[in-house]
Design a protein around this ligand. Structure first.
Ligand code: COA
Length: 173
């Protein structure tokens, strides 16, 4: 009998913080892959509010008890990380036409760096087309409610960090 072949996708991002849009994409990914590895990037050219360890820990909390999802941090090139794991598929979400150019550029660069790597795109659920980690942080910083945009399991931790941020800001005034 043939050995069972597992289809595994790596879903990379900065996830600062992880949102319901990312969650919805992982869920969709699980519809076509046996397992999804959420790969939290150290090197994404951004200056994250949450440390790499915090981001990994928060996303693990979101998927606690869900054996088909793993969460790991990585540094360096995405293609190197994927190859080191013996995998060849990257999962990416596409929110709108505006995402296309950047995604296209990244997929082609990754393919040029490692031709064996494939990028699979899935549409983000229409409910989350307009959100990004930055816009959610902006709303929270200014005291808006973000409860409907981020997973329940990490809402408290995000709000706590925003409260600290606001107190620091008030202290400076
Ligand atoms: N729902 C809601 N928001 C979403 C989303 C979804 N399904 N998908 C993406 N977003 C948001 C993200 O939160 C992010 O918001 P932000 O810009 O405010 O932080 C924004 O859309 C862009 O997301 P994405 O395109 O996934 O960027 P990223 O910074 O999260 O991830 C990496 C980029 C980590 C994949 C890329 O930098 C990388 O591979 N780094 C490793 C180093 C490397 O290999 N570099 C060369 C790449 S060619």
């Amino acid at each position: 009998m043939a050995e069972k072949f597992e289809r595994i996708a790596v879903y990379p991002g900065t996830f600062d913080p992880f949102t319901n849009g990312h969650l919805s994409l992982v869920r969709r990914g699980l519809g076509i892959f046996d397992r999804v590895i959420v790969a939290v990037a150290q090197d994404s050219g951004k200056n994250p509010l949450f440390s790499l360890d915090e981001r990994v820990q928060m996303i693990r909390e979101v998927f606690r008890g869900q054996g088909r999802v793993e969460v790991e941090g990585f540094s360096g090139l995405l293609v190197d990380y994927v190859c080191q794991k013996g995998l060849n598929t990257v999962l990416r979400g596409m929110r709108a036409v505006s995402d296309f150019e950047y995604e296209f550029q990244m997929a082609l660069m990754n393919r040029k760096l490692k031709p064996s790597i494939h990028t699979v795109f899935m549409m983000t659920d229409y409910r989350w087309l307009y959100i990004s980690s930055t816009i959610i942080k902006d709303v929270a910083r200014l005291g808006g409610s973000i409860g409907s945009f981020v997973p329940e399991a990490i809402l408290g931790q995000i709000n706590e960090r925003m409260d600290e941020y606001r107190s620091r800001l008030n202290g400076q005034q």
